[in-house]
Design a protein. Structure first.
Length: 263
C-alpha cells in the first residue's frame, strides 16, 4: 500500500528542523508502538524472531517530499508498506495504515488535510475466502461512526482509477449498485460518473508501480460521516472489498478530496 497526504503542514515551532526523526522513522516507531509492524525479518536470533507477533505490514519507504509529486499538488507526506497476508475475515488494513500516517505527520506539525491518495492492492484480496458473515468485513464496524454529529458530515469527491485495466467502467455501474445496497451511512453518494477529468492529482510513483498511467476512472460525489483519515480509511477498505468481489483484479488508486460546496 502507498498513501499520500495533501494539504498544508504548519511545522511545530518547538521541533528541530534538522531532526533525525524523519517521516520514515516516525512512521516506523508508531507502527512498532501500536503492534502493527511486521518486523519478523529484522535482526536478532531465530528465537527472537519467533517470539515476535506478525504485524499488518512491513516498512518499505516514506518521506516528506517525492520527486514524482505533481508540482502544486501540496504533497505533505507519503508512506509505502508491504502488506502482510490479509485474514479471511479482516479487511485491508487501510484504517490503521492511515492512522499511522496521520500520527507520524502530526508529529512534525499541524495538519490541514485537503486530499488523500491510497494505492489499494485489490489483486491481493480473495473474495471467495470471505466467510458468509463477513463478505465485506469493514461493514461490521459501521457503528463506530454512528454517534457522529450530523454537522460533521463532509462533502467529498471519491475517485477510483484502475489505470490501464479496462474492466473498471464495467465494474463502475455494479459498484454504484453495491454501495447503494450496503447497510451503511458512512458514505452516501449523490452522483457518479465514469471517465471524466478526475482529481488532477497524479500519484507520486512510477506507472510501473501499479497499472498506470491513469485512464480508467470512476468518480463518486457525496458525503462522508466526517472529514477524517479514520472515515477515509474505512471507506477505502469497503471499496477495496467491493471492487474485488465485482471482479477487479488490478491495483486501484483511490483519491478522496474534500469538496468546497460554497457558491
Amino acid at each position: 500500500m502507498f498513501a499520500a497526504l495533501y494539504g498544508e503542514l504548519v511545522p511545530h515551532a518547538w521541533r528541530d528542523p534538522e531532526s533525525k526523526l524523519d517521516a520514515y522513522e516516525l512512521f516506523h516507531q508508531r507502527s512498532l508502538a501500536m503492534g502493527w509492524l511486521d518486523d519478523r525479518n529484522a535482526g536478532g536470533g531465530s528465537e527472537d524472531r519467533m517470539r515476535r507477533a506478525p504485524g499488518l505490514w512491513g516498512m518499505n519507504d516514506a518521506g516528506w517530499n517525492h520527486p514524482l509529486a505533481v508540482p502544486g499538488a501540496k504533497l505533505i507526506s507519503w508512506f509505502q508498506v508491504e502488506v502482510s497476508a490479509v485474514a479471511d475475515d479482516r479487511p485491508l488494513p487501510v484504517q490503521p495504515f492511515l492512522r499511522c500516517a496521520e500520527d507520524a505527520t502530526a508529529s512534525a506539525g499541524t495538519l490541514n488535510l485537503s486530499a488523500v491518495q491510497v494505492l489499494l492492492p485489490v489483486q491481493g484480496l480473495d473474495p471467495s475466502s470471505r466467510p458468509p458473515y463477513a463478505p465485506v468485513p469493514s461493514i461490521g464496524t459501521v457503528h463506530w461512526f454512528a454517534e457522529r454529529d450530523p454537522r460533521s458530515r463532509a462533502p467529498v469527491e471519491v475517485c477510483l482509477d484502475s489505470g490501464q485495466d479496462r474492466s473498471n467502467p464495467v465494474v463502475a455501474q455494479q459498484l454504484k449498485d453495491r454501495l447503494g445496497h450496503l447497510d451503511q451511512k458512512v458514505f452516501e453518494y449523490t452522483s457518479y460518473d465514469v471517465g471524466g477529468e478526475g482529481t488532477g492529482i497524479s500519484p507520486p510513483f512510477d506507472d510501473s508501480f501499479w497499472n498506470g498511467p491513469a485512464a480508467q476512472r470512476v468518480t463518486f460525489r457525496g458525503e462522508l460521516a466526517e472529514w477524517s483519515l479514520d472515515a477515509i480509511g474505512w471507506l477505502a477498505e469497503v471499496l477495496a472489498d467491493c471492487v474485488a468481489r465485482l471482479g477487479g483484479h488490478s491495483p486501484i488508486v483511490l483519491t478522496i478530496s474534500a469538496r468546497d460546496t460554497r457558491s
